[in-house]
Design a binder for this molecule. Structure first.
Ligand code: R5P
Length: 296
């Protein structure tokens, strides 16, 4: 297990869970901004790199490519990576003609340079998961979310998928807990990027807690918009579970002012906000279990 500079703190524990050796890289950034990495001498046939791609997605992904290239040129064939948050998943097709499909480009380059398997947590794009099924293993944090809900959220509550794309994740959590869930309709203007939401007319949340489950919180706009609707419909408390808390710009204020009581996110990025609104959940155990299952 080789921890790259952007490892969000999973490497050492993963190595422990998987019973493998753990090493770190020697790392510096030159004054002009270029990355320098040096590995300890490796005699293993299998190497697993651990890193994440937020913040500084471009640098961390390039450092992954440099690393795979070096390992491959040293004759190591079994090169795997664990990237709990894999950036660029949202640009998985040309929404407007001649847009760069960065999600596909990143994965193609990784495969080309010699990466054999890439373990990701809750990757955004179903499309790329299908297209790169030989490379990608997607780990959905169903147990981590399910246990958190069981232990922390007061009944009665209803599970909410913020759009159709989020419904698979929410369905699996609902099955784990034996609960019902609701899907919200999302309408996005591709040019302005403006998003609106439509809640089902018959959705009754009066006196009930609502739990919105999504993959990414970036600007907080998606969650804030839905939370406002739920608050207007009389939801008691609004909770949010998301895999990746990027929390850009003033997302925290947006979430707070939309009526959200608590946001729980996973430890998939190398960035932690300290706030009474946010709680971090450790997904390392679930990742280790899935890696074990997939590699044996
Ligand atoms: C969109 O399809 C994603 O699943 C997330 O809902 C979205 O990326 C969240 O972004 P933001 O926090 O900026 O609304």
């Amino acid at each position: 297990m080789l921890s790259l500079p952007s490892d969000p703190g999973l490497g050492r524990e993963l190595a422990h869970f998987l019973g493998s050796r753990y090493s770190e890289t020697i790392y510096k950034v030159f004054p002009d901004g270029e990355s320098y990495l040096r590995f300890p001498e490796i005699s293993d046939d299998v190497v697993m790199l651990v890193l994440t791609s937020y913040p500084d997605q471009n640098r961390s992904l390039l450092e992954l490519l440099f690393s795979v290239e070096l390992l491959s040129s040293k004759g190591i064939n079994e090169i795997y990576a664990v990237v709990p948050y894999l950036a660029y998943g949202r640009q998985d097709k040309e929404f407007l003609s001649w847009e760069i499909v960065s999600g596909r480009a990143v994965l193609k380059i990784m495969r080309h340079v010699g990466l054999k398997k890439l373990f990701v947590v809750d990757f955004h794009s179903e499309k790329l998961l299908e297209e790169f099924s030989d490379l990608l293993t997607n780990i959905l944090p169903i147990k981590t979310f399910g246990q958190y809900l069981k232990n922390k959220i007061e009944e009665p509550y209803i599970l909410i998928a913020p759009d159709v794309g989020a419904s698979r994740r929410v369905k699996l959590v609902a099955e784990y807990l034996n609960k019902e869930y609701v899907i919200i309709r999302k309408i996005r203007d591709r040019v302005t990027g403006e998003i609106t939401h439509e809640l089902p007319n018959n959705l009754d949340v009066r006196g009930v807690n609502a739990v919105i489950i999504d993959d990414i919180i970036s600007t907080g706009g998606t969650i804030a918009s839905i939370a406002k609707h739920l608050a207007m419909k009389g939801a008691q408390r609004i909770y949010v579970l998301a895999s990746h808390g990027l929390f850009t710009a003033d997302s925290l204020n947006k979430l707070r002012f939309s009526g959200v009581s608590k946001v729980a996110v996973l430890n998939t990025v190398r960035y932690r906000l300290t706030s009474d609104l946010i709680e971090y959940l450790d997904v390392t155990g679930e990742v280790a279990e899935q890696i074990k299952e997939n590699l044996t």
